[in-house]
Design a protein around this ligand. Structure first.
Ligand SMILES: Nc1ncnc2c1ncn2[C@@H]1O[C@H](COP(=O)(O)OP(=O)(O)OP(=O)(O)O)[C@@H](O)[C@H]1O
Ligand SMILES: [Mg+2]
Length: 165
């Protein structure tokens, strides 16, 4: 039987636009309660992905890097909650600050720097890892964890992703 790991997908992106277009395609299958964790170094393209995903959800406002507000909330087909935990020291801080509460279950949550959550990382989530950075080439790796995010993998395949080897 295929494990989750084997079900991981990869996409080569050659430009910010390609990353945005791919993310927008994924947003088509978003449902309330989805959580996407965006992994990758500074400048990897996590916010670029978030902007594309927002565009796909029909968000009209400009999605900016929520570094100082920790969370940006945007109205689209579903509410989009864009969280950036870079400046957070610990998960406790995130949870005490009410960052992951019930309200977010009404929409889709995108989390940059999810490693800050430690053991509070949601079990049900789609991981998107973005690597590369010397030029415009990036590799996006997708893996679904827990129940409910597999539909993103099917959509990613249709949008040009391949099975990771
Ligand atoms: N293929 C690509 N996909 C995404 N971004 C790209 C790509 N090629 C170049 N870039 C550039 O990389 C940068 C990514 O910046 P972005 O703010 O999205 O990074 P980030 O991962 O959110 O970083 P941070 O951790 O600082 O929030 C942008 O300047 C973007 O134009
Ligand atoms: Mg960012």
């Amino acid at each position: 039987m295929a494990t989750r790991e084997e079900a991981a997908l990869e996409l080569d992106s050659g430009s910010p636009d390609a990353t945005r277009t791919f993310a927008a395609a994924l947003a088509a299958v978003a449902v309330p309660g989805d959580v996407l964790c965006l992994w990758g170094e500074l400048g990897a393209g996590k916010t670029v992905f978030a902007k594309g995903f927002g565009a796909g959800l029909g968000v009209r406002d400009t999605i900016s890097s929520p570094t100082f507000v920790l969370m940006g909330e945007y109205a689209g087909r579903l509410p989009l909650f864009h969280i950036d935990l870079y400046r957070l020291a610990s998960a406790t801080e995130a949870i005490d600050g009410g960052l992951l509460d019930d309200r977010e279950g009404t929409g889709v949550v995108l989390i940059e720097w999810p490693d800050r959550l430690g053991t509070a990382l949601p079990d049900d989530r789609l991981d998107v890892r973005i690597d590369g950075g010397d030029d415009d080439r990036r590799t996006l790796r997708l893996a679904a964890h827990g129940r409910g995010h597999d539909r993103y993998l099917a959509t990613a395949l249709a949008a040009g992703a391949r099975r990771a080897t």
